[in-house]
Design a protein around this ligand. Structure first.
Ligand code: NAP
Length: 262
């Protein structure tokens, strides 16, 4: 299926590893010009090399997406290298876990800055070009914690639910401009972030990291963790010409793990 992404420009934030990288690779394979970013320069160079050798037009720069000045820089880089983004994939590192009662106002301020304000800032920066051209795709990576709050991830539960509400509201405002805004809610996927969670579970329970990864997969009906390739393929579809009638949706990608009907 031709996704209609050839020569589109895609900016994928926080994308040198894991889910963001999976999305960047999938968009690049479909012919989009892709800009990626992450904080670690060596990881950025390695990700650029992989995408260049597999598919094609990619560029990137070191950037901490939690800093608004860095977001300005990455948008400028995208515009000067290709053009302003037709597709924005918003992603950021997840907030810390811990006892819900242990987090105070400063922790929530920080989490809302990183997980909500930076998303709003990025979306508002991306919209004018999309509105002018009459076409745009915005996709935010959040978490299944939006649908099923996770006990020790209250910062994720709250900030991502707020972002989901923002997305729903904004999607109605820009629908007439040919722009869709959706979010993807990952369940457990095999990434470095999950592996570091598995390492701490292994430590606490005196088991190996592989055993901890199996434990994380145990409650998933498909019987395994998700892959970044699977995630990227669905994301690319949501950014495609075929997904023009899907907007304001929070799409779960979890191997059937969530128990709720809606
Ligand atoms: N994997 C899962 O099972 C899962 C499930 C639910 C939700 N999520 C959420 O999905 C998002 C991605 O998770 P992941 O598993 O793909 O993580 P990951 O494997 O750790 O990859 C995170 C990527 O984002 C970059 N990044 C992190 N913080 C950044 C920042 N401040 N500025 C720029 N780049 C940044 C990292 O590069 P640098 O470190 O070099 O900056 C890396 O490229 C997170 O918000 C996570 O909470 C993941």
């Amino acid at each position: 299926m031709d996704l209609g992404l050839k020569h589109k420009t895609a900016l994928v934030l926080a994308s040198t590893k894991g889910l963001g990288f999976g999305v960047a690779k999938a968009l690049s394979r479909e012919g989009a010009n892709v800009v990626i970013c992450g904080r670690d320069e060596a990881q950025l160079q390695s990700a650029l090399k992989t995408i260049e050798s597999e598919s094609g037009m990619v560029s990137g720069l070191p950037c901490d997406v939690s800093q608004l000045s860095c977001l300005d820089a990455v948008f400028s880089h995208c515009e000067s290298t290709f053009k302003p983004p037709d597709i924005l994939v918003y992603n950021n590192g997840g907030p810390p876990s811990g006892d819900p009662a242990s987090f105070g106002p400063e922790d929530f301020n920080d989490a809302f800055h990183k997980g909500f304000h930076t998303a709003v800032y990025s979306i508002r920066k991306a919209l004018p070009h999309m509105q002018k051209s009459g076409w745009g795709r915005i996709l935010c990576i959040t978490s299944i914690s939006v649908k099923q709050p996770i006990d020790d991830l209250i910062l994720s539960n709250t900030t991502r639910t707020a972002l989901t509400s923002y997305i729903k509201t904004m999607s109605r405002q820009v629908a007439k401009d040919g722009i869709t805004i959706n979010s993807m809610l990952p369940g457990p996927h095999d990434t470095d972030r999950l592996r570091s969670l598995a390492a701490s579970i292994a430590d606490q329970n005196k088991i190996t990291e592989d055993q901890a990864m199996k434990r994380l997969a145990a409650d998933i009906p498909v019987g395994r963790l998700g892959s970044t390739e699977e995630f990227g393929a669905v994301a690319a579809f949501l950014c495609s010409k075929h997904a023009s009638y899907i907007s304001g949706q929070a799409i779960v990608h979890d191997g059937g793990a969530i128990r709720s009907t809606f």
